[in-house]
Design a protein around this ligand. Sequence first.
Ligand code: SAM
Length: 348
Amino acid sequence: MPPPFATPPETPLPRMLRVKDGLKDGLGRDISYLRVSVTEQCNLSCVYCKPRTGVSERIEPPAMSRNEVVQLVKVFTSLGIRKVRLTGGEPLLRRDLETIIAGISPEVEGRVHLTTNGIHLARKARALRDAGLAGVNVSLDAADSGSFERLTGKNGLGKVLAGLEAARAVGLKTKLNTVVLRGWNEDQIVPLARLAQQDGFQVRFIEFMPYQGNGWDGSQFMPAAEILRTIQEGLGTDLEEEPALGLEEGPARLFRLPGSIGKVGVISTLSADFCDRCNRVRLTSHGALKACLFGGHPVDLLEPLRNHASHEDLVGLIRQALTEKLECHPMRGGQQPTLSQGMWQVGG
Ligand code: SAM
C-alpha cells in the first residue's frame, strides 16, 4: 500500500481520455477556463481584499506542491480546459512559479496567464516569459503614490509601473485591473484611463464585489455605467465600444480611446452579470475545486490525488462539482454575498 499523502509519480494521460467536445456544467455552459490559486500569501493588504470580520485571517502556506498543481491542471486540460490563469494571494511569492508555468504551458498550447500585483514583476518578467507565460494582468488601483499606499498598505507604485514596462518589454500580453471603490479611488478612474491612453495599455475597471468578511456594505459599490460616465466626462470624449470578445478573453466590455491603441474596459460582475456565459472554475491553493466564486461547496481534489485516485475518479469528482455550478451568484436576486472565504483564498 502506498503511504497516504505521498506525491504520486507523474504519469502521462492516455490520449483516449482526452475529451474532444469539451467540458460542460450542469446547465450546459462550456467550461474552458481554469483559475488556479498557487498561494494565499500576499505582500499587499488591499482594503477590498483583506478580511474584516467572520473570515479566518490565517494565511495558510500553499498546500499544493508544484507537481500537484501541474498534475491537477492536467486532469482539467484532459477534459477540455483551454486556458489557465495563475493567481492567489500573490503568485509571484512562489519561488517555483516558473516551473509550474513550464509544466502547464504545453497542456494549453501556451495559454497560461498570470494575475499579479506587480511588485516583483520587473525582476521576474523575463523568466516568466521564458517559462511559457503568455500574458499578465496587473492589479493597479491608483495612479498616484499616496492613493496606492492608502489602498494597498504599501509604498509600491514605482515597482508596479516598472513591472508593467518590463512585462511589455519582454513581450507578455499586459493588461491592468482596477477595482473601483466609492470613497477610496473613484478619483483615480480618470488618471488611470489617461495612463491607458498615453501608454497604450488596456485598463479594465472592476466592480467591487462584497463578500462575507470584507465587512463592507453596498455604499462602496460603483456600477460600471457610472465608471464609464466618469471616464467620458474626465477625458471629454465619447467612448466607442469594441465588438464583444470571445469567452476566453474574459467578460470585460472594452472601449477605444481616441488617438491611442490603449483601451478601457468595465467588468460589471454585479450590475450586469455574465453568469449565463460563465466559462470558469477555480482551484484553491489547497487543491479544492470551486465551481462558482460566490457559492457552492468546494470539492477536495488534493487528498484523492495524494491517495492515488485514478484519473477517472478525479474526472468524476470534477464532473460532479460542475453539476452543482450555480445558475448565477446570489446577489443577482438581491441576496447577501455568500462568499465565505476571502478572495485571496479562492483565487480572485
Ligand atoms: N495578488 C494578485 C493581484 O493583486 O492581482 C492576485 C490575487 S487578487 C485576489 C486577484 C484579483 O482579485 C485582483 O484583480 C483583485 O483586484 C481582485 N479582487 C480582490 N478582491 C476583490 C473584490 N472585493 N472585488 C473585486 N475584485 C476583487
